[in-house]
Write a protein of this length. Structure first.
Length: 78
């Protein structure tokens, strides 16, 4: 898994993680915070199989979970 490559996909994933990590006030006034673990797989000309992409994204998500709360991982292009 590739941790954080500087590209538009990484920038979007960073923004999603950051925004989900912001505190949210519930109706009763309590502040809660959630953390996301995001896995991303990018399709290529030779690798566009939906099941394969989902599998790679799932593996990347579990790598993000292992890295700690509020992170993302990009799947290898393989």
């Amino acid at each position: 898994m590739v941790a954080s490559v500087k590209n538009p996909v990484s920038a979007v994933a960073d923004r999603i993680v950051a925004m989900l990590g912001e505190p949210c006030q519930l109706a009763g006034g309590e502040l809660v915070r959630v953390h996301a673990s995001i896995g991303v797989a990018i399709a290529s000309a030779e690798n566009r199989d939906a099941a394969g992409l989902l599998h790679r994204a799932d593996q990347a998500m579990y790598a993000a979970k292992c890295a700690g709360k509020g992170s993302f991982r990009l799947a290898d292009l393989g």
